[in-house]
Write a protein that binds this ligand. Sequence first.
Ligand code: C2E
Ligand code: MG
Ligand code: MG
Length: 636
Amino acid sequence: MHIQVQCCGIILMLLLLFFYLRQRRVSLKTEQAFLRAFCVTLACIVFDILSIVVIARKEELPNLFVELICKSYLATLLGVALCALSYICVDVYSTKKHYKKEVLKYQLSALVGMLFIYILPIHYQFGEDGKTVLYTYGPSVISTYIFAVGLLIVIFYLMKKEKNKISPRRREAVGLWMGIWLCASLIQFLNNELLIVGYACSLGMVVLYLKLENPETNLDRQTGLFNHGAMVQYAKEFYKKEQGFSLLTIVFERSFHKHMHTDTRRMVRMEMIEFLLKIPDAFVFKNAEDEILIVFKDQEAAEDRMAGIFERFEKGWGKEGEFHVKPYWLYMPDSRIVNNVEDMLYLIRYIRQNNNEFSENHYIYIDADKAAAMYQEKETAQLLVNAIEKDWVEVYYQPIYSTREHRFISAEALVRIKDEEGKIVPPGVFIDVAEKNGMILRLGEMVFEKVCRFVKENAVEQYGLHYIEVNLSVVQCAYEQLAEDYIKIMEKYNVNPDFINLEITESASLSAKKTLLNNMKNLIKYGIRFSLDDFGTGQSNLNYIVDMPVDIVKFDKDMINAYFENGKAKYVMDAAMHMVHGMDLEIVSEGIETKEQYQTMKELGISYIQGYYFSKPLSEKQFLEFIAAAQREAMN
Ligand code: C2E
Ligand code: MG
Ligand code: MG
């Protein structure tokens, strides 16, 4: 009896099973598919050995029994092919219903194949002695080949057709698995005495295990928690089934344990992980270096456990609870407020970025409103990407009137973008998002380039304009290359720096202020002048005007409105005005909407007025027409 090869196969399979069961697993659908394939393969090898044994004792055993064993081996071969097929279907069919329906089709075909195998006759090829059976053949064996090849064709067809849906690793693993199987079948078909198909099945399992199903690939080496990849797969299955789960995210900002010694930090970390691993009814994933996700199957399970988790963290770590780490907690009771895993991770990032929302107790409740705000931001970011890519960025100009010269002497450049339908989107919608994701650098540069081109092409000085004011975001101000880039743009368009005035606003951080001052120094040296924008909004600091080398201070619309509405606010603005004038700086009053407001500002001695009273921001063409008309009127 030649069963050595098959026995090696069994040993290989048992070894595999040992390694597989030893590891913690997330219980993914592919894991179940793997276990199914494993059992069928094991059965296949066992029947392979049994069939060799019963054939050897054919004389002593009932014919029907021998036939049954041999045919069962053939049937398990079809089973292996069916397993491979359902394995890739996990990726191909996105909903559970669709998956079940398609797999049922293949299961039925395999069942028909098995029926043929059991019904049709099988023959035995005897050796020269007329007693030893060498191999089996006949209609039953042929129908095995036909159905197995049929299933293999479907597998390779699906892998090609649904290439984009199946992960490349899975395609490669299943391809290899079936490739080995096919080669072995071919060799056995050509050389019937070489019984290697059963062993090839076990090799296929090894490939699958190594490439895909090694549970260790789902673990984070450092902590032993499940890793980001496992989390994505696990959560994906919930979204596929349209089933919700609850998520508790723990965020460990670096500053929380900066004060700890490295060894202490390590000890606290291990203690914490040990605790997290023991949380019942939950899977714990290390999503990022500073982020742990705890997934509960539903809200009830989450809320049952959360109090205990918080309590444990309150208690402190170390022998006597002397080490305290106070992380941020994000709790999302129902994952269905977002549509998929990618959005869920985006939502966590979004909430973390806006972490000024974290209250005293370091806890945020993530509800549908937050998800809606996240989607809104995502949409805006996409709008920005499109606008920048397709150059749907436009600059509008709002004229600024000089109360001394009684004419328009400058304008503020204000950005707008267009959406897919060509509708104009105002900056209030997208500037914050652009600042947050850094796109403001590119956007600001585009605006500046457009202003330079506009100044040069239209020779704005012929309209009596002295300069154009261009807004700079705090993010741009804190960008070290800013001065260099802007000077390059002006050189490209050969623009006289006298025509440019850059508006800055107050930067919150000290380092940003340092970079800004450096940028300003270089740009002033080149000939550009600056304004301080938004003066009088919540964040204004009088010292800022002292520190910043600006020529103009722009009084914000809010401050102007307060001046007209609130008796006390009058004194604030009076004082600010005296101070600014005392420093020999000019003032622009923004947001002047009525004649009364204009008259008052003029009487107060404010030199420049900007507001709807004169004009709203206008497109390039409208602006030039407006200025030309105003110029003609002034001459008459
Ligand atoms: P800002 O720099 O203070 O610009 C003045 C804003 O007040 C403009 O809004 C303008 O349309 C509006 N405004 C002017 N006069 C009146 C008025 O009489 N009544 C009312 N209700 N509003 C008036 P806009 O164009 O929507 O811009 C809003 C803000 O977006 C700007 O405030 C500025 O901070 C920012 N922004 C605009 N363009 C740019 C840009 O190119 N780069 C950067 N970084 N920020 C920009
Ligand atoms: Mg401005
Ligand atoms: Mg302003």
